[in-house]
Design a protein around this ligand. Structure first.
Ligand code: NAD
Length: 362
């Protein structure tokens, strides 16, 4: 029996509309094959919303997104100096829409997978042995607490300028992100590495304590702790050891970028930002790529893989998500590449051709 779901799509700016179009094609193919019905509604966000309404995200658009089962986003933004959006104050610029929607939707967990496809291992900047071993990990980052949200001030203390930032986590904030990490691990290889700086920070010691408590509810998932400095090294030494990396906001900011970089392929990296329950916003990790916008050159695979995450994490459709991911792997195996991941001997295809090729293999 097929399911009915409502997906809000946000094409946004630059290559956004092109890559979201391809991801929708893929979702439509999933519906056709598995008997589901997805109802889509487009909203404006970013520069296109500024052009239409003067703000990067309207209250109405946010309310529409809130009422959906999940949100699929392309990208927003343009070029400073070229686009008049950047003459506006920062809170009215395209990227302010991203902050507003993340806050408005209560997204507190950010999932960034980093997977090295064996066909793309030449792009991996690590030693050949590490690239050959491959890796497939996901960084689960807390998104709404910690150092980026604590009180901060700069003041003169005894005539010396002094800046203070505070890193605060309460046990509830830690528990809910830990639960997301363990749930994520259950859909993968059932291994969580919790990353902290417990040899120095109190917040990390609480993080360890609460994570260990949560682990008791997941006896099928293996938990280990790792210090963040060690994790940064292990990621470049042997990323194959990781399945789910669970960490707080700032460590996650840094480690998720490091994990992305070791794949070497920005056009391949999906992401999810999750709220309580099953609601989530899914988007590629890259930006609006204004330099190639409107030319049918963009790689849609990061967005298509984001749609696969949407199926897996918001709709609990694991078989459908597996089918999309397998189709992407198959297309790569057959040698089809967009320009950004092209190498000698492969077949160069456009954004829309890549979408079609994935659909045909579902
Ligand atoms: P970017 O990710 O847009 O582009 C970096 C480089 O990678 C460019 O050369 C681009 O052509 C290429 N690239 C990115 N995605 C690609 C794809 N799918 N296929 C092929 N090539 C791809 O980063 P940037 O240049 O720093 O930012 C451009 C704009 O996007 C800015 O306005 C920025 O603020 C915005 N941005 C938006 C988001 C978002 O919407 N979440 C994230 C990052 C940047």
């Amino acid at each position: 029996m097929g399911e009915r779901k409502k997906i809000v799509t946000i094409p946004g700016d630059g290559i956004g509309p092109e890559i979201v179009r391809e991801a929708r094609k893929v979702l439509d193919k999933v519906c056709e094959k598995y008997g589901h019905t997805f109802h889509y509604e487009d909203i404006l966000m970013g520069g296109c919303s500024i052009d239409a309404y003067g703000v990067p995200l309207t209250e109405e658009a946010l309310a529409t997104a809130k009422a959906a089962d999940a949100v699929l986003l392309g990208a927003v933004g343009g070029i400073v100096g070229r686009d008049s959006w950047y003459e506006l104050p920062p809170n009215l610029r395209p990227e302010a829409g991203l902050l507003a929607i993340r806050k408005g939707l209560g997204l507190f967990a950010n999932l960034r997978p980093a997977k090295l496809y064996s066909e793309l291992k030449e792009a991996c900047p690590l030693r050949e042995a590490s690239a050959d071993a491959g890796f497939d990990l996901v960084v689960v980052r807390e998104l709404t607490g910690g150092l980026y949200f604590g009180d901060r001030k700069t003041e003169e203390v005894d005539g010396v300028l002094t800046a203070t930032d505070t890193l605060v986590y309460n046990e509830n904030e830690i528990r809910r992100i830990a639960v997301k990490a363990f749930e994520t691990a259950r859909k993968r290889r059932k291994k969580v590495t919790s990353v902290d700086k417990a040899n120095v920070l109190d917040s990390s010691r609480l993080w360890r304590k609460v994570t260990a408590e949560v682990a008791k509810d997941y006896p099928d998932v293996e938990l280990s702790d790792m210090l963040v400095d060690n994790c940064a090294m292990q990621l470049v030494k042997d990323p194959s050891q990781f399945d789910v990396i669970l960490t707080e906001n700032m460590f996650g900011d840094i480690l998720s970028d490091e994990a992305s970089m070791i794949t070497g392929s920005i056009g391949m990296l999906p992401s999810a930002s999750l709220a309580e329950g099953s609601f989530g916003l899914y988007e590629p990790s890259h930006g609006a790529a204004p330099d190639i916008a409107g030319k049918n050159l963009a790689n849609p695979l990061a967005t298509i893989l984001s749609a696969a995450m949407l199926l897996r994490y918001s709709f609990d459709m694991d078989a459908e998500a597996d089918a999309v991911e397998a189709a992407v792997a198959q297309v790569l195996k057959e040698g089809y590449r967009t320009g950004d991941i092209f190498s000698e001997g492969c077949t160069k295809v456009s954004c829309s051709e890549m979408g079609d090729l994935v659909c045909e293999r579902i």
